[in-house]
Design a protein around this ligand. Structure first.
Ligand SMILES: [Zn+2]
Length: 496
């Protein structure tokens, strides 16, 4: 097994700094922060709702703040297309979404204003309203007023390309609409690390570790991020080509290195997903650590990945290729050759190098993917920060004789919606719009509910229920993350 020389030391820093949990779980409520609410929407209300396909319908009377729009229909381009903030009474003040009348089924997503990354930032990924997204904030160090527009953007592009276009970046492509990425163009006096003072004093932190002045980074983020954006995941990209990276709460990677894109994925594995390094080193260690991808239990994995043993995970981009191969217990992990075990022979958290050239779809390259255990943990840690439903339209609660009900979800390709009447599912995987009129309900009050949930297969997520293992408590507990991936809203519908 080739030792990832640089990465070895990179995670030593992670261990020193504790790799603490930084998942700022947000309470995303049921549409309360979005435009769909008649009340309670308030200052954060934004955007409308886009429904497609489905029969087009006029957007209904939005009050100030937000409207719903309905585009689509089998052939219609029509439907209302009410932009945010239009219409409504001045006295209303709060975002009150209109409703549209598209037919049953179809994908419903919330419309939102362009992601605000602050006065010196730009949105590398505008996935959705930041109150219900993972917000990944990257700031550059060692880029001048000129090179923040050139070199910095190139370094970000390289990182994004591997993150979304290559198998080894999965499952980020599947969850692309769940993660906003803001890049902040901090300006340094000198171009490149090591050529004189820079905005955050980036440089060598010992061996192959990078370091910055974290107080300066924090102060810069505080001064330049809008109040609407609370960062969940923080990184500094350094303008240098050295192999110096650090995986900690504030992750650092060198943007100009040939393996920079892999380094950003690897360090993010530490920084946001709390994954351990999966390579060994001299000595023995029989402690059961909290990270889910290393264990001292070669038989049961201390409950961390026993459901994955002997599984060959399919590729997500390339299903017929097996990514990191059969999942098992391979001795050598978390800096020790003896006593610690990892889930796959190679992986992104072991030797991340994507060589010899362009990171193609060869099996050799796939060996550097996140393994099944890490991928599952990535999914869970994303779900800790978000909930499936961006808005319920109309808001959950009592409704009189609605023609239809809607839920806007983060990504209809990832999230399915089941609709129930009085406790019985009447439309499974039926999309975001439910045609109430078509149900011909009897007069009286009926409870209609929409349950939205991640449609991940068993090939991606296996730990779906149960108690936390003693070995994986707190933020590492599988069940803690996955429980957020299902959300139900209910309406009490009066039919005259
Ligand atoms: Zn590492």
């Amino acid at each position: 097994m080739t030792k990832p020389n640089g990465a070895l030391l990179a995670l030593a820093a992670c261990a020193l700094l504790g790799c603490g949990s930084n998942t700022d779980a947000e309470d995303a409520g049921t549409g309360a922060k979005y435009g769909a609410g008649g009340d309670g929407s308030g200052a954060v209300a934004s955007g409308g709702v886009s429904a497609q396909p489905g029969s087009g319908g006029a957007a209904g009377a939005p009050a100030a703040g937000a409207g719903a729009s309905s585009s689509g229909g089998k052939s219609a381009s029509g439907g209302g297309n009410t932009s945010a903030g239009s219409g409504g009474s001045a006295a209303g003040g709060t975002g009150s979404g209109g409703t549209s009348s598209s037919g049953q089924g179809g994908a419903v997503t919330i419309e939102h204003p362009p992601l605000d990354c602050g006065p010196v930032g730009y949105a590398a990924e505008d996935a959705g309203p930041p109150s219900n997204r993972v917000n990944y904030v990257i700031v550059g160090d060692g880029y001048t007023a000129t090179t923040v527009e050139t070199t910095l953007k190139q370094h970000i592009e390289v990182m994004l390309k591997r993150r979304f276009e290559h198998e080894s970046g999965q499952p980020y492509a599947r969850y692309r609409k769940f993660v906003n990425i803001c890049v902040l163009k901090a300006v340094s006096d000198n171009d490149g690390i090591g050529n004189g003072p820079t905005a955050f004093d980036g440089g060598n932190g010992g061996d192959r570790l990078a370091k910055v002045n974290e107080k300066k980074v924090s102060a810069f983020l505080d001064a330049n991020l809008p109040d609407t954006l609370e960062p969940d995941w923080r990184a500094v990209v350094l303008n240098q080509d050295k192999w110096e990276n650090t995986g900690a709460h504030l992750m650092l990677w060198s943007g100009g290195n040939a393996d920079a894109a892999g380094a950003a994925l690897h360090e993010g594995g530490h920084g946001f997903h709390q994954l351990a390094d999966e390579y060994g080193g001299d000595g023995s260690d029989t402690k059961e650590w909290s990270e889910v991808n290393t264990t001292a239990d070669a038989t049961k994995t201390a409950g961390k990945w026993d459901l994955w043993l002997d599984v060959v995970q399919k590729g997500l981009n390339v299903p017929d290729l097996g990514a990191t191969g059969k999942q098992s217990v391979f001795e050598g992990s978390r800096y020790k050759d003896d006593g610690q075990y990892r889930p796959s022979d190679n992986s992104m958290m072991n030797s991340l190098f994507c060589r010899p050239s362009a990171c193609g779809n060869s099996k050799a390259d796939l060996a550097t993917s996140f393994n099944a255990v890490s991928r599952e943990q990535i999914v869970f840690s994303i779900w800790r920060a978000v909930k499936p439903i961006d808005a319920a339209i109309p808001p959950a609660g009592a409704v009189v004789n609605p023609a239809k009900l809607q839920v806007a979800v983060i990504d209809p390709a990832v999230i399915d919606v089941d609709w129930s009447i009085d406790g019985a599912v009447v439309a499974a995987k039926a999309g975001g719009t439910f045609d109430v009129t078509a149900q011909s309900l009897s007069a009286g009050v009926h409870e209609i509910s929409a349950t939205a949930y991640d449609n991940a297969s068993e090939d991606l997520v296996r730990y779906r229920k149960g108690e936390c293992q003693a070995s994986v408590q707190g933020d590492y507990c599988h069940a803690t993350g996955w429980k957020n991936s299902t959300q139900t809203v209910k309406w009490s519908v009066t039919v005259p």
